[in-house]
Design a protein around this ligand. Structure first.
Ligand SMILES: CC(C)(COP(=O)(O)OP(=O)(O)OC[C@H]1O[C@@H](n2cnc3c(N)ncnc32)[C@H](O)[C@@H]1OP(=O)(O)O)[C@@H](O)C(=O)NCCC(=O)NCCS
Length: 325
């Protein structure tokens, strides 16, 4: 078995590997070359040396995808922190140490280019490639529904960095919780849906924009500044597995001066109304495990847990051999 960087002729083999891996419900069940190209290869920060393949007799049997901090404006690079976005080993080759060798090779790649720490699992704002193909409404690390990921990364010496709750709810129920503040807010503000946020960043355009995302804001007439906003985008992966149209809600934000006035609730209820009219059957959100405010709001609105995502962390000097340092 040899480890080598990605070559231009590899996409069909990488897609076959992805399909064979039998990833859980948060992943696209069949990855086409066109999708791989659109979501991953065409990103300006894609570097072939970061996508390392395990090859035996010309057959791709494993892959790891590492990314250096992205310095494009709007991407908020995290100092010297690199990311392992993906690790896959063909089921017929598991428990032979190939996954561990791939993670070590990703560590050497990142360390050799100045990174001193690595996160395993994409998460905002370090989600360079797989949002839309893996995860939920937002990148949430590696999902627990991919049951091998947690014991694997712990065995590779990674600790837990952050935990996310994936929440979902159906939109088929028409009645929503009553709150008089929502009625009052609706007299004052209206829902505005746009295909670009007022201050769109390069990151938003190349991630959420690429996923046909819409910006939703609650605005008072004549005031350009929203009192609550979020992004909403069609989740093709979940829509396939649930046989309905599932939308992801992300980047929910209420400015500090407007909090505790039921404005997030008003925004989401108005958005659900608009989505329901547009044949959406369910919505999904990702909330940091420690964010009790958003979790309470989601519970009030009828969301229930669907999955858990974990991001792992390791200092790179602990991974690589001294000769690489
Ligand atoms: C996770 C994955 C990459 C591991 O690949 P692998 O080549 O089997 O891993 P290794 O053989 O290097 O395992 C190293 C250690 O991790 C742990 N480990 C790996 N898979 C495990 C599992 N299914 N259950 C418990 N521990 C596991 C073990 O401690 C193992 O050492 P051991 O075999 O000596 O006990 C592989 O199972 C896979 O491709 N899964 C599907 C894809 C996935 O979930 N990727 C993460 C999200 S993209």
């Amino acid at each position: 078995m040899e480890l080598r960087p990605f070559r231009n002729s590899d996409p069909p083999a990488v897609c076959r590997l992805w399909d064979a891996c039998g990833l859980g419900p948060g992943a696209s069940s069949r990855l086409s070359v066109e999708e791989f190209d659109y979501y991953v290869l065409s990103q300006p920060h894609f570097a072939a040396e970061g996508l390392i393949l395990a090859v035996e007799d010309d057959r791709v049997i494993g892959a790891v995808h590492a990314c250096l901090p992205i310095t494009t404006p709007g991407w908020e690079p995290r100092g010297s922190q690199g990311v392992i976005s993906l690790v896959l080993v063909h089921p017929a080759y598991r428990r032979r140490g190939i996954g561990r060798q791939l993670v070590d090779a990703a560590g050497e790649y990142l360390c050799g280019r100045g990174c001193r720490e690595v996160l395993a699992g994409e998460t905002h704002p370090t989600n360079p490639f797989y949002l839309g193909l893996y995860g939920s409404a937002a990148s949430a690390g590696f999902l627990m529904s991919d049951f091998a990921a947690e014991p694997f990364f712990k065995a590779c010496g990674f600790g837990e960095y952050r935990r996310w709750q994936v929440l979902g709810r159906s939109l088929e129920r028409a009645s929503e919780p009553f709150d008089p503040r929502v009625v009052a807010n609706r007299r004052k503000y209206h829902l505005d849906l746009r295909d670009l946020p007022p201050n769109a960043t390069a990151r938003w355009v190349s991630r959420e924009g690429r996923l046909e995302g819409l910006w939703a804001g609650l605005l008072a007439d004549g005031d350009p500044l929203p009192v609550a906003s979020c992004t909403v985008w069609p989740m093709r992966v979940r829509s396939e597995s649930q046989c309905g149209r599932v939308m992801g809600v992300t980047e929910l934000f209420v400015p500090a001066a407007h909090r505790r006035k039921a404005l997030a609730k008003t925004l989401l209820l108005d958005l659900f109304r608009a989505l329901r009219a547009d044949q959406t059957t369910a919505v999904e959100m990702v909330v940091p495990m420690e964010d009790t405010a958003t979790k309470c709001l989601a519970q009030l609105l009828g969301f229930t847990p669907v999955d858990t995502g974990i991001v792992y962390y390791r200092r790179l000097t602990e991974i690589v051999t001294p000769s690489v340092e």
